[in-house]
Design a protein around this ligand. Sequence first.
Ligand SMILES: C[S@@+](CC[C@H](N)C(=O)[O-])C[C@H]1O[C@@H](n2cnc3c(N)ncnc32)[C@H](O)[C@@H]1O
Length: 362
Amino acid sequence: MANSNLAKAKSAKNDEFYTQYQDIEKEIMAYLEFNPNTFAGKTLLLPCDDPEWSNFTKFFAQNFERLKLKKLISTSYAPDSKKLKITYAPSLFETNDPQFDKEKTIVNGKIFTLTRDKSGDGKIDVNDLEWSYLKGDGDFKSAEIKKLRDEADIIITNPPFSLFKEFLSWIMEANKQFVLIGSMNAITYKEVFNLLKSDKMWLGNGFKSGNAYFSSPISNEYADGVFDKETGLVKFRNCCWYTSIDHGKRHQPMALMTYEDNLKFSKHKEIKENGYIEYDNYNAIEVSFTDAIPSDFNGVMGVPISFLDKYSPEQFEIVGSDTDVKAGNLPKLVKSNWNGKIDRGYVNGNRIYSRILIRHKK
Ligand SMILES: C[S@@+](CC[C@H](N)C(=O)[O-])C[C@H]1O[C@@H](n2cnc3c(N)ncnc32)[C@H](O)[C@@H]1O
């Protein structure tokens, strides 16, 4: 297959991952624990969703009262517009509804809203969702969805991975709060990193043990180890939540050992054998493991991007990253002379893993 076809196939595949209910619940509860009124009186938009199946819609509809929401809006993307072409079968919920339209179900998106106790059973929940077809296909970039974005206070979804950057700037241009799932790799995009560096965005509470499980119409096309036969789900270790909403984990400082203690007691043999190696051309030390960050080092340290999962703005300041290095704002971090010691993360003196440059907050 030509490279461009391969890239297209990969990005089509990467767009169709459906989030598990318990992952959404775990994440949202972390914001609520920090501030029980995080969502009170707010209008929530869940774009790029499939409200009939989506656990996002289900979770927020079922917890409408508990979260004290004002309005829930959820929109879907038309099957005909999706990059991954799979035979689409509308749900019974849709086909049994008088407004069902066999053309529109393919080429239009849908909108689900929740504001009131439509069923009259004394509570507002999933049974009170009202729906209709959108005028267009539900593309988040369309004027129709932009209008909904502008109406919302908070935007929550797992957006298509292939459009993550575009999706984030779509939110930022409207200055909305958000909670999004994305790949950890996105941290190295300039636009994404700049938001992290300036504390306009941070990582959320996170997936249980760092493992994100998704359902996918093509989950069995994934390799063993990613596709889990038992659950039928795919498992990714490099997914995280990106958010602009505060939560408790973000304010918990990491417990760290001193420089000297790490040299003696670190569980990483590289640290005990090599110590902290200075880069050739930038005044910083390489710290290949987040838990080996010395508590008493005053200079700049190059740490793995997974550090961001433990980052507390009260404890550390983010100085830069590979992004700055690539942009020529910082020299390339190289370490050429390892004196025959363990050369972890480097090939011929060139670093292969991304680094974030940090220092302790004064
Ligand atoms: C990663 S999936 C997540 C779906 C759902 N939010 C969930 O987590 O279960 C992203 C969804 O966005 C849809 N999508 C792709 N491009 C889109 C676009 N331009 N506008 C809106 N949705 C889009 C995909 O077809 C897919 O259904």
